[in-house]
Structures are given as structure tokens and as C-alpha cells.
Design a protein around this ligand. Sequence first.
Ligand code: 3PG
Length: 308
Amino acid sequence: MAKKILVATEKPFAKQAVEGIKDIVEKSGNTFALLENYTDKQQLLDAVSDADALIIRSDKVTAEVLEAAKNLKIVVRAGAGYDNVDLDAATKKGVVVMNTPGQNSNAVAELVFGLLVFTVRNFYNGKSGSELKGKKLGILAFGQVGRNVARVAKGFDMDVYAYDAFCPKEAIEAAGVKAVDSQDALFENCDIVSLHIPATAETKQSINYALVNKMKKGGIVINTARKEVINEPELIKLMEERSDLKYITDIAPDANEEFKTKFEGRYFATPKKMGAQTAEANINAGLAAANQIVDFFATGNKKFQVNK
Ligand code: 3PG
């Protein structure tokens, strides 16, 4: 029997990605449905009521959403981080949750450098800035995005370091990157630290006063990961005390207005999270999500399941 596959994205995919997903779904004999740009949770609750499968981005799939989705068997987060899905609630309901690892990581990595050049050139205010060449870049977490950041950093002739609590040093060194022993060492040693950690119980608020204060004069922290990993009050306190530090982010903090007012010239947040907002990333992640769902229904393949 045909399954209803719903794409529900508050922040829409590029048009070509939506067309590609629709094509995959319909060619497999299933039914395609679309809810884009929704502004109200109720719209999502209504749309999921008869869906068998769901493709999302950062959209929140809470216990309430899962409860409303009576027929739901699978949710695929078209992207990397799945902290927006209530995994326990999904598991309890027997709903398989997957992500599409690596599919949007180049886009995020490219944005890191777009933001970094913008930052070291003083937000293009016309004053003399500095270059990335020869600077020490610390990559916090060496997953798919971290690896892409390292690859691009080498093109800039940066001195690249990484730390990952779950990735052996040998694997980091094998990628031509200098592995350090701890998160502290990364902050102590590097001019710029780029965050690529997921938001988990361990990492939430972990980027705090003590850690960032280890940075040398002129340190830059760039966050294209999650706002939750920042301890906002502590970072504000530190940036008040140290006028040399900069914080650049693709995910506006809760205290965005306070950061903007207090740290003009050393703080920047994109108006909307846009690391993965490229046609290529949308096509890669969206089509991968559609293919994973079609394959799951056809063969039971659960390769990218994250709620095991
Ligand atoms: C991810 O986890 O894949 C990225 O943060 C991108 O998220 P987005 O799909 O909401 O842009």
C-alpha cells in the first residue's frame, strides 16, 4: 500500500530539492505531501496526522507531534544534528529516526570561512584587518563538518588542530590535522576555535567562561553547530572583561540583542541559521532522506537509524 511521505520544513529546502524528493517518492509508488514555511505548531500537528513518514530539518518533533502522527513509522532529519527530535518518545512509539550524515557538511564548512574572512576583515568596515594564512585554527569535534573545515583550512594555509572526545588521535592525524589532548588545549593553543559539537547533555553550555578565557589575545570563537552549547551569561561576562575576544555564530543566541548591543564590532550572528542553506546541501540531504525512507519501506533498511 502507498505510504504518505510528508516533507515538513519550517525553513524550506531549495526548489530543486523538493522536486527531487517528490520524484523519488512518486516513482516508488508512494504519495508526496509538503508543508513548508509553517508558522504555527498546529499546522505541523494537522499535517502529520496521516503521514507514514516525515522528512524534516531543524523542525521540532516532540512527543506531542509524535502523538498526533498516528501512522508514523519513520522520521528522517535531512541533516546531521537530531537534537530536535524526541528520540525516547519516538522509540516508545516504535518510530524509527534517522539522519543523513555528511550530506550538508561541505555547505556548513564553506560558511565557516565566509564568516571568518568577514570577521578578520573587520566586518568589511574598510579598516585594515588580518589574514587567515598561518593562523592556528582549532576544530572542536572532528566529524563530517569538522573534516570539511580542516580540508578548506589547508587551502587557506592555516595551521590546523582538532580535538574530538570520540575520535582517536590517529584518525585526526591521518587526515593531516594536529590532534591535541583536550578541549582546554585546543582553546589555549589556537587563534580561532570552530565549534562542531552536537548539542547533547554533555556539551550543552560547555563553552563557558573558563574554557574561552584560555584563548590568547584576539581569540575568535565561531559557532556553526548549536546555540545550546554556549553558556551565554558566562560568555557575555567574559567578553565584557576581555575586549579582545570575538564571537561569531550561525545560530543566534537567546541573548542576541544583548550581544549585539554590548559587543559591536566583535559579535555577529546570521539572521537565520544558514550553514546548510545551499541548493547543493538541500539536494544532497533531501534526496538522501527520501531514498532512505523509500528503502526502509521497501526492504526494512535501517542503516542510518539514530534511536537504537
Ligand atoms: C544540521 O544539523 O544538519 C545542520 O545544523 C543544518 O540544519 P538545518 O537543516 O536546520 O539548516
